[in-house]
Design a protein around this ligand. Structure first.
Ligand SMILES: NC(=O)C1=CN([C@@H]2O[C@H](COP(=O)(O)OP(=O)(O)OC[C@H]3O[C@@H](n4cnc5c(N)ncnc54)[C@H](OP(=O)(O)O)[C@@H]3O)[C@@H](O)[C@H]2O)C=CC1
Ligand SMILES: N[C@@H](CC=O)C(=O)O
Length: 382
């Protein structure tokens, strides 16, 4: 007689219900039978956006049903806030600071019983406090959001203080196995002395589309429409998003540095900074005025047989990110679309680096990376 495998329940609370958060909920629902076969049951007990938290009435015994999760996704896709979900089954809705307090309260309850995974799919620095709070309470955290890992070194060290309780693969390279690979090399005592790569799906896509003669403003809007950019595309164009990825990698190598130690090249002038222009104003009026200058840079590179790529370099005591002219026929020059590539040089990968390449942005692959991180934590929940 076949023995039925006992399911391991994993309570999850998802912060952020934008492109990545919603896709994660879709992946969770569509993987139900796969996970059941693996003896795993993902129980989403709460979902929040920037204004409120939707929580199941009893976090110990209940969860948001798949129908409720899809209704939440639909509501958020249509641009409504979660607060618009009045009278939502047996759920409770908490607003603003009450929502944060509630998450910590749940973490305290579940942290010492069933456990809890708090997932950060927001693009906000405001989640640092709650993430640190739940880590202290013995809960696990999974991040797609780079900001908490790239604030002050003390916050970073606190977040990673329980290494078995944190996963953040999607922060660098979306679904690509970057952090896992680096962790394995580091754990084996193989010293890494150089990392070079193209780590922005947005800038990769923009640079390769520019080679086809399209205007800068058009391809940036295209990247936004495809879900590659940050909520404010200036995070990508100004190099800060790549700088954050570089900082996450450098800190993983043990460098105790901050964001301001990283040299960053920006593709837009200070006069178009977020404190001067709204995102809409930038997209509609700022960006088009940059078209000619960028087109000229692409032409100059092309006349030298080169292409432009936004490169991240970590070597010696240098950590920098910026736009470089590279031969068309080089590993970075050959990249197309949103693909990322990362070359890791170490003692074992001395002459020929370990190369990780593939789609480096997009809601689908990013959410898949987050889901894989969650599943990777299951052994802590037996
Ligand atoms: N897209 C990609 O290719 C990749 C994205 N990432 C990262 O994934 C994260 C999410 O990206 P994306 O889904 O595109 O972003 P979106 O802007 O689409 O979604 C962000 C969500 O976070 C919510 N939010 C904002 N502040 C808070 C807060 N304080 N607490 C809880 N929720 C909050 C927003 O609420 P509201 O709806 O109310 O505004 C929104 O639902 C980002 O950090 C991004 O860097 C990482 C790798 C790749
Ligand atoms: N905006 C980012 C998304 C992933 O981190 C990118 O373009 O790479």
């Amino acid at each position: 007689m076949e023995m039925k495998k006992q399911s391991v329940p994993l309570p999850l609370l998802v912060m952020g219900c934008g492109g990545v958060g919603r896709q994660l909920l879709h992946h969770i629902v569509s993987c139900r039978s796969l996970h059941a076969k693996q003896g795993l049951q993902l129980r989403v007990v709460g979902v929040c956006d920037s204004q409120s938290l939707v929580l199941t009435a009893d976090v110990f015994t209940m969860e948001l049903s798949d129908t409720s999760l899809m209704e939440i996704c639909q509501k958020k896709s249509s641009g409504s806030p979660l607060t618009a979900l009045n009278d939502f089954g047996e759920c409770q809705i908490f607003r603003n600071s009450e929502a944060t307090r509630k998450i910590v309260e749940i973490a305290a309850l579940l942290g010492r019983s069933t456990g809890l995974v708090l997932i950060d799919c927001s693009a906000s620095s405001d989640t640092i406090r709650v993430l640190n709070g739940v880590v202290d309470l013995g809960c696990c955290i999974v991040l797609a959001n780079k900001k908490p890992l790239t604030s002050g070194i003390e916050d970073y060290e606190k977040l990673v203080s329980h290494l078995r309780h944190i996963r953040y693969e999607s922060t660098v390279g979306a679904g690509l196995p970057v952090i896992t690979s680096l962790n394995r090399i580091i754990a084996s005592g193989d010293p890494i002395h150089r990392i070079v790569g193209s780590l922005s799906g947005t800038l990769g896509y923009v640079m390769s589309e520019l080679e086809d003669g399209k205007p800068f403003s058009q391809v940036v809007r295209g990247a936004k429409g495809l879900g590659y950019t940050e909520p404010d595309p200036r995070d990508d164009l100004g190099g800060m998003d790549v700088a954050r990825k570089a900082l996450i990698l450098a800190r993983l190598l043990g460098w105790r540095i901050n964001l301001d130690s990283i040299k960053v090249d920006s593709l837009y002038p200070d006069a178009m900074a977020p404190d001067t222009m709204s995102v809409e104003d930038f997209l509609n009026n700022g960006l088009p005025s940059l078209d000619n200058g960028i087109e000229e840079r692409v032409k100059v590179a092309s006349s030298n047989g080169n292409v432009l790529r936004y490169v991240c370099m970590i070597e010696g005591s240098r950590c920098e990110v910026g736009l470089k002219e590279l031969p068309k026929d080089s590993p970075l020059g050959r990249l197309r679309g949103s693909d990322n590539v990362l070359e890791i040089y170490s003692r074992c990968y001395q002459e020929l680096p370990l190369v990780i390449q593939g789609a480096g942005a997009g809601n689908d692959t990013t959410a898949a990376g987050v889901l894989a991180d969650i599943v990777d934590l299951q052994d802590l929940f037996h």
